[in-house]
Write a protein that binds this ligand. Structure first.
Ligand SMILES: [Zn+2]
Length: 280
């Protein structure tokens, strides 16, 4: 099938035999939301999505069986790429470099034409199709971060943009103390592909469900400014509501220059993320 036409069928909700654990997500097609949609209805939908970030919902958009198989193979290839390049390097890697790196490393293997076409389709897909209503700060799949634009934050394995991001993080560290840690910084396009695809594999191809807790590639503000913080004591639970019980979060609430990208009652169709710092 021509990749350019696959998105037309993409909106159909598939319930397949190879998805033994998947719940019935819906039975109708889910056309692109139109701008003329009643604003209150749009907001209500977005807020309903917020609370359903762990479960399938009626009208969710799912991949076809064939595309889900491709997604699984592709995600494994990107995982090998991340190991080969190193997590830090991979986080700031651009798309073309990722393709080249894979091509010359036999342990990764070149991305196939079907895989690169799939990534292009996903990147250029309007995420409102999934119910994700956030803005898209990166418009080109080849958008890259220049070396002079970022610095490594010691002890974290993460990078931050110099300028406002770095200044905000340092100010926060000074005000909150050593308990505050950087848990995720800059994410280039390939890194966001990997995180979003890994989530979509776990959701059995439910792209809407994946987008309720991870911005699709191009839509993440980690690509231009934002970063995540946590408490040194919490580990992976920093990305859960447990973070709101920590002293770090309580101290952050008192800082008037700290703002969250995805607030508790946001209208973007994204879960509450008390750890995600909005920079611009
Ligand atoms: Zn984040």
């Amino acid at each position: 099938m021509n990749r350019r036409t696959f998105l037309k069928s993409f909106v159909a909700v598939f319930i397949c035999k190879w998805m033994p654990g998947i719940a019935l997500a819906g039975t109708s097609t889910n056309p692109l939301p139109r701008r003329s949609t009643n604003k209150r209805t749009t907001i209500q939908r977005a807020m309903a999505r917020q609370s359903g970030f762990t479960t399938d919902m009626h009208g969710d958009v799912m991949l076809s069986a064939g595309d889900y198989r491709l997604l699984c193979t592709l995600t494994k290839r990107i995982a090998r790429l991340q190991v080969s390049a190193g997590h830090g390097n991979f986080a700031v890697m651009d798309f073309d470099t990722a393709l080249n790196h894979a091509h010359y490393d036999p342990h990764i293997g070149s991305f196939t034409r079907a895989e690169t076409d799939f990534m292009e389709e996903i990147f250029h897909q309007d995420a409102r199709l999934y119910g994700f209503m956030g803005r898209k700060p990166l418009q080109q799949i080849t958008d890259s971060v220049q070396k002079q634009e970022f610095v490594r934050i010691p002890g974290t394995g993460n990078y931050l943009f110099t300028g406002r991001s770095l200044a905000t993080y340092r100010r926060m560290s000074g005000d909150v103390g050593n308990e505050l840690i950087l848990t995720s910084g800059i994410r280039g396009i390939p890194k966001q592909f990997y995180l979003f695809f890994r989530k979509a594999v776990r959701t059995k191809g439910n792209m809407s469900l994946a987008s309720r807790s991870l911005a699709p590639p191009g839509y993440s503000f980690h690509g231009i400014s934002d970063f995540d913080v946590g408490s040194v004591r919490l580990g992976s639970d920093n990305f859960t509501r447990l973070f709101t019980r920590t002293d770090v979060f309580k101290k952050l609430q008192d800082l008037d220059y700290v703002h969250l990208r995805y607030t508790e009652r946001n209208h973007l169709g994204v879960r509450f993320e008390p750890w995600h710092i909005k920079v611009i």
